[in-house]
Design a protein around this ligand. Sequence first.
Ligand code: AHG
Ligand code: MN
Ligand code: MN
Length: 364
Amino acid sequence: VLLSSLVLIAIRARKRILPRSQTIINSSIMAENSSTIITAQQHIMREQKRFPGASGEFSFLLSGITLATKMIQAQVRKAGLTDVLGEHGEINVQGEIQQKLDVISNEALVHCLSSRESIGVLASEENEEPMLVHKGSDEAKYAVVFDPLDGSSNIDVNVSVGTTFSILRKPDDVAMDNPEQWVLQPGSKQVAAGYVVYGSSTILVYSAGNGVHGFTLDPAVGAYFLSHPNMTMPDQGKYYSVNEAYRDGFPARYGDYIDRLRSGVLGRKYASRYIGSMVADFHRTLLKGGVFLYPPTEDNKEGKLRLLYEANPVAFLAEQAGGTAIDGEKRILDIEPTSIHQRTPLIVGSRVELADFESFAQTN
Ligand code: AHG
Ligand code: MN
Ligand code: MN
């Protein structure tokens, strides 16, 4: 009996041995789903079929972003070994000291995106003016706005940083040679938006207006694979995320709201998490729910975060995932921008926390 049981176990185990080709695929991160391996590139190509007249150019545009972010993550991953840590020595348009990795990341994105014929304008946190590329080309109809490296203060201490991007289409009535007008559009006009977090893994999260999808970089293969299809934000979370050290400088209702979350009136007593890289704080909020706030402060009366390339992409993703994003009063995506680097307060997160903020704030 013992012998026949052993033979049976051996036969079953043998049946589970995969053919060679499948074994190779299974060595990637998608081991559990080998029949449904989808790269970011494949996914984007499927998505672009939804855009009338798009003929591969949109996926080529996005491949510029995936390539640049792979180059950035390669630098981030070996940051302590090479001379990329520390200050670059320049002050950027925000009056902030540029870190070397800010500059390297900006160069990677500008380099990879300016070779895409469909892109006419690039605007970056690190450049005062938007850049006109492929001037005069009829092919050029998209603008890409980005924060090449978000969370600069975390670079030197091995904490997650990221990249954010927002893609807009040139409005019909705007002249080709007026780059500012290409990008001064409300966030509701974004064609696509997303971010990459350089965290314990590198993950790309993006939406082209048809749900939010996450792709994890398999470093061995050098490709992003779909790991988080159709991401939705939980209706309620258990964390609030804010730089509480500035609390005395917030308008009073923000402090009162934080007290509400801590007091348990929403059915639970909230804990706090704050990384100090918006991308990483938002990524947690997207996955786990809760609320991230960067209110107006004493030093930054308009808030600190930039509307076009920080607040707009995360607001677009939050709404696509069932969450909400406001500036304290109105929807982030409805704000008509007047300048490229303008700032905005940001409150973004789950439906329950944001509904409470809105009803509580209206009565206070
Ligand atoms: P950046 O590094 O692109 O300038 O952005 C930093 C931002 C954002 O990532 C984060 O949420 C915020 O700064 C943190 O600011 P505080 O240090 O004031 O909390
Ligand atoms: Mn930033
Ligand atoms: Mn930045």
